[in-house]
Design a protein around this ligand. Structure first.
Ligand SMILES: *Cc1c(COP(=O)(O)O)cnc(C)c1O
Length: 350
């Protein structure tokens, strides 16, 4: 394998002079800041939001660095994982020329973002056991294949990909491998963020939206080599993470015990709910989940979806995805919410 990062970078990005913001040009302490055209008088709020935020979010990264045991310099923070995905396309994929590989059924945003960026997606379906088709993936790559998206644990199927398969792809694919670990906290599998020095072509994505309970703050994380992080920093909007999000996330990171406790409860609740759901005759199959949701195959997904919605319970119908016909995806709720779901299901006559 011959991985050369610079060969993957779009020409316009290689020669790009990034925007230089006021907070980038002067980073030190001073008593009077008259360099950014902010409102020097203040903001009409109890707390001051009149100053632009730290463009590189060092305080938040330092907190994440301690929890994840990855140097702050190897972390990028996006306005949700969505921004990380979009930036990967904009940095590496020439519109109308390059392509990426995705492995359906998987998270929809990889393809939507490719379409927005006019990048071709080559689809190599997972196997029937929802595992990676390593040989087919490698066979599908060509000189213009820049990215390979692997979602593990996978959404919507809930399972983790075999580590050996991922490693084979990291070792044999010349492009970048993006492993989306949005649900890693709910899994017993090991994260790949400790492998960054071993694999120069690795980008690991995580998010504060799921286990961390901060979906509305929009904070997506990427872990990668210094060279890759530098490219993300060069192309991102200068102040992509607002001050409120940075501040609240720093505060939330103090509360790891609460998050760990919830993760344990969610995992226990997942096993409980799976057991209860398996008793219903209209539930044909419940897939093994390493995430905070269950995928179930039922007799008539559309009918069941509508029945639940009529009872004010909203789940996700994933029937249109490959291998997922008549499948519903159900997020693990609180014990009370799950009891209500089960009670409503007891009155369902398909
Ligand atoms: C929910 C989810 C995310 C998180 O996206 P954010 O933009 O960070 O909220 C990322 N990847 C997958 C597979 C998801 O299911």
């Amino acid at each position: 394998m011959t991985f050369e990062l610079q060969k993957l970078v779009r020409g316009n990005i290689k020669i790009l002079t990034p925007y230089s913001s006021a907070r980038h040009e002067f980073k030190g302490e001073a008593s009077v800041f008259l360099d950014a055209n902010e409102n020097s008088f203040g903001s009409p709020l109890a707390e001051a939001f009149n100053r632009y935020p730290d463009p590189l979010q060092w305080k938040l990264k330092s907190g994440i660095s301690k929890i994840k045991d990855v140097p702050a310099e190897n972390i990028f923070i996006g306005n949700g994982s969505d921004e990380v995905i979009d930036l990967a396309y904009r940095i590496f994929c020439n519109p109308g020329i390059d392509n990426v590989i995705i492995c359906p059924p998987t998270y929809g945003m990889y393809e939507v973002s490719a379409n927005i960026n006019d990048v071709e997606t080559k689809k190599v379906n997972l196997t029937e056991n929802f595992q990676l088709n390593v040989e087919e993936i490698l066979a599908a790559t060509d000189q213009n294949t820049k990215l390979l998206f692997i979602c593990s644990p996978n959404n919507p199927t809930g399972n983790s990909m075999n580590r050996n398969d991922i490693e084979r792809l990291l070792n044999n694919f010349d492009g970048l491998v993006l492993i989306d670990e949005a649900y890693i906290n709910f899994s017993n599998e090991k994260t790949f963020i400790q492998e960054l020095t071993k694999y120069k072509n690795l980008i690991v994505m995580q998010t504060l939206s799921k286990a961390w309970g901060l979906a509305s703050l929009r904070l997506g994380l990427a872990f990668a080599s210094l060279e890759i992080i530098e490219l993300f920093n060069k192309v991102k909007p200068p102040y992509n993470i607002n001050k409120a999000s940075q501040q609240l996330a720093v505060e939330a990171l103090q509360n790891t015990e609460q998050v760990d406790e919830w993760v344990q409860q969610i995992v226990a609740q997942r096993e409980l709910l799976a057991k209860e759901l398996s008793n219903f005759s209209f539930v044909k199959r419940i897939f093994e989940s390493d995430a905070n949701f269950l995928l179930l195959k039922v007799e008539d997904a559309a009918n069941l979806y509508n029945y639940l919605a009529a009872n004010k319970i909203i789940v996700r119908n994933r029937s249109k995805e490959v291998f997922c016909d008549n499948c519903l995806r159900i997020t693990i709720g609180t014990p009370d919410e799950d009891q209500l779901l089960l009670k409503v299901l007891k009155n369902y006559t398909s």
